[in-house]
Design a protein around this ligand. Structure first.
Ligand code: FES
Ligand SMILES: [Fe+2]
Length: 451
């Protein structure tokens, strides 16, 4: 065969012949009520609004394919109810917020934040309707500027996922939220793919994140599966330093990573996260990230963060929103551009997963197992905690001084496992004590890295 014929046989210039499968993986991507994925998502607490959105008028939102309004009543309580009024389905976005609950503008029905009817003013006193039905409502919880909701069966409310990272000393948490016109899983998968940083944020477009220039090196990656979570790390060598970046991935859509605006010039132990973020499904083809940007001088060595650039539809690092010109997006694409470009719902059967997609494949398997477990009526593992007893997380950076070995890849893998074990061994401790003991144990294990 000629070279031309060989290439043609492999598929070169054969675009015409390709007939791509059209169906998305509905089991993993659908979120509507009554679908397997929708039921799965309805087993978790997650953010649905920023507290700063709540003001004089009810705020219409869409979550898991349901149209809702969220509001804060005169007593300061947050209500989350179906947008369509139980009476004749006028929109409660035109309702009046009362001292207690909300009143529909159309015929004055008055609902408490839990959906119970307080008043049906046009109905006769003898009417029983206010005792026999409710406006559909969900429980909420407000934490540090985010409004969380639980939209699942009322008899299966899980423990709230209160993480240690909510209360790190010296961390200032600024809430933010950004829309993506695509299925929730696409942005979520970006968070478990450390290899995209090498190319998107480095080799292809040039460095996009100050201080993370060495991310152009392919990392050695280690994944640890735990109940309701995947803890993964990636390691790279810079001279005699090995930088280990740990990430938390908590099912189904919560991620924490290492520090922004870093500089890796000396060893460092157990740095903490710069982001805590949930990718919340709006519906099957839209999602909205809610989270906190952590500001802390110790974990952000270069101090390039900007609090003023964090909030509604904005965050202070590169390429995270739609709000750039197409020319800018094409000349220097960011994370947002790529996960949205995968389509309204990425069709997995059209992909060719490779070595760089180990985390993606692991996440999809775990997700599918859990979705099927919920469908069978089983309880699934999920993280929970309280302010007094928070769930320990690991997102952040440790930098060690370790001489290069002949099998440096093997060494970096072993270092990640060793550091992860040291982290996990202190799960029973809390706050400053946990942090101090982890740092002391790392100092004992790596005396050359003590600063
Ligand atoms: S439609 Fe809401 S009170 Fe009639
Ligand atoms: Fe990225």
């Amino acid at each position: 065969m000629t070279t031309e014929e060989t290439r043609w046989a492999r598929g070169a210039y054969r675009g015409y012949d390709v007939r791509l499968p059209a169906e998305p993986d509905l089991e993993l991507t659908q979120v509507d009520a009554g679908t397997p994925g929708g039921e799965y998502h309805r087993r978790f607490w997650f953010p649905v609004a920023l507290a700063s959105q709540l003001g004089k008028f009810p705020v219409p939102i869409r979550i898991l394919g349901e149209d809702l309004v969220v509001f804060r009543d005169g007593e300061g309580r947050v209500g989350l109810v179906h947008k369509a009024c139980a009476h004749r389905r006028a929109s409660l976005e035109f309702g009046r917020i009362e001292q207690r609950g909300i009143r529909c503008c159309y015929h004055g029905w008055h609902f408490d934040v839990d959906g119970t009817i307080l008043e049906t003013p046009g109905e006769p006193e003898s009417s029983n309707v206010r005792h026999s039905i409710c406006q559909p409502a969900y429980p909420t919880r407000e934490v540090k500027g985010l409004i969380f909701a639980y939209m699942g069966p009322p008899d299966q409310v899980p423990e709230f996922p209160y993480l240690d990272s909510f209360d790190l000393p010296d961390h200032e948490l600024i809430p933010y939220s950004i829309h993506s016109p695509c299925n929730w899983l696409q942005e979520t998968e970006n968070a478990i793919d450390p290899f995209h940083s090498v190319f998107l944020h480095g080799r292809v477009n040039g460095p996009q994140f100050p201080g993370l220039e060495h991310f152009v090196e392919l990392p050695v990656v280690n994944y640890v599966q735990r109940d309701g979570a995947i803890v993964y790390s990636h390691a790279r060598r810079v001279g005699d330093l090995v930088m280990l970046r740990f990430h938390d991935y908590l099912m189904p859509n919560l991620a924490q990573n290492g520090g922004m605006f870093q500089k890796f010039e000396q060893p460092r132990f157990f740095g903490r996260t710069s982001l805590t973020k949930w990718v919340v499904p709006i519906d099957n083809t839209n999602s909205r990230k809610f989270g906190w940007r952590h500001f802390n001088n110790k974990d952000e060595v270069l101090r390039l963060g900007n609090r003023d650039d964090v909030g509604w539809e904005k965050v202070d690092f590169y390429g995270q929103t739609a709000h750039r010109s197409m020319e800018k997006r094409q000349s220097d694409p960011g994370d947002w551009d790529v996960w949205v470009s995968q389509g309204p719902i990425a069709i997995h059967s059209r992909e060719y997963l490779g070595k760089t997609d180990e985390g993606i494949a692991m996440l999809r398997r775990k997700l599918r197992r859990d979705i099927r477990a919920v469908a069978r009526g089983e309880k699934i593992a999920q993280v929970g905690g309280t302010a007094q007893n928070p769930y320990p997380t690991y997102g952040g950076d440790t930098v060690l001084r370790v001489a290069k070995s002949n099998d440096d890849e093997g060494l970096m893998k072993a270092l990640q496992k060793q550091v992860a074990e040291i982290y996990f061994a202190h799960d029973h401790l809390k706050g400053e004590e946990r942090s101090a003991k982890i740092k002391a144990a790392l100092g004992d294990a790596f005396p050359d890295s003590k600063t």
